[in-house]
Design a protein around this ligand. Sequence first.
Ligand code: NAD
Length: 372
Amino acid sequence: MPKTKKKDKKLKIGIIGTGGIAHAHMDSYRKLGDAVEVVGGSDIVKGKAKAFFEEYDMKDAKAFDHNDDLLALDLDAVSVCTYNSTHAECAIKALEAGLHVLCEKPMSVTLEEAVAMYKAARKAKKILTIGFQPRYDPNMDLVREIVGSGVLGEIYYIQTGGGRRRGMPGGTFIRKDLAGMGALGDIGCYSLDMVLSAIGYPKPLTVSAYASNRFGTNPKYNREAKNFDVDDFSVALIRLEGDIALDFRMSWAMHMDKMGDTMFFGTDAGLKIEPAESSWAEGWGGAWDGTIGPIHLYSDVQGQLSETLIPLRRPSEDRFLSKVKAFCDAVATGGSAPIPTIQSVYNQAIVDGIIRSSRSGREVEVDLPKDL
Ligand SMILES: NC(=O)c1ccc[n+]([C@@H]2O[C@H](COP(=O)([O-])OP(=O)(O)OC[C@H]3O[C@@H](n4cnc5c(N)ncnc54)[C@H](O)[C@@H]3O)[C@@H](O)[C@H]2O)c1
């Protein structure tokens, strides 16, 4: 249960976009007990918010077909659970209405939108945090602690592993007008967050990327091939401040078991994180989503090339619940964004760079505004 400023003050929450992931938000808020109440929701599809609350038998919840009606309620915060192309407009409206925002990932489609969201939160002096729940995995903490301890020395190269052998969603995820991008926004942003959060999110400088969609558009592999107009595969070389090269790989479908492991190369040691065997053997994933398998540390001990296997931690709580709880705690106690907003802007800057570079076929600069 989140800590509240006043014992009698319940956090009043609204949900914008009552589709698939809104259920995970609702389930988590409900698990937080009396300190939190979801009082309403809205969706642009007529009657969808009403049907959502009926599913939960929540007769007192207010359901709307227009977000402005939801924002007019007496709320503390909202979850933005819309598809990617409307994250920015929904989050900015809620911030301007004086509400704290937990927005689903990826932050937005373009860097320009992410910057506008960041500035809206700063102006409103409200929390805007992006929902990367793998951050709350204890083994992600372990990776961050190992890297943060300095044991690797100076880190100069990072590889994000992962990628699904077969894991293409459908519906709103495969339409550019709604999702803005495919595998990159669905799961690529997680793999970026995993490695960048471990090294304190240095500024991205340039991106050279390649993206394609040979599986998504092929009826042999995808029943919804006709509607598919986003990426299902991308790779990129990203230069980061501090003379670090980031090698990014992501896919929704491929004829390969996995796209490598997640690796940090340092001057004193190297760290390799394999995806849990179950995740890649099922064709579904890599360590980026929290399905972390063995972690190996490579170093020289007394001149001997050595390898240490680091034992994994056992998760004690559902990561999605942890993310919603961290948000509610921050709202209730006047804290700051559990995942600092600027980090998600940098994440989006890379995603935006990958889209621009793969489209133009050449390396692009990452132009972050000076006033962030
Ligand atoms: N964190 C996770 O584990 C996770 C998992 C799945 C999806 N997601 C993210 O959640 C978001 C939504 O995914 P989903 O699977 O729920 O999609 P979905 O298509 O099932 O639901 C999105 C809903 O938002 C509504 N909507 C769109 N624009 C709106 C607007 N301007 N105002 C109000 N409602 C609007 C749509 O009508 C739809 O009902 C995506 O950004 C996705 O990346 C996160």
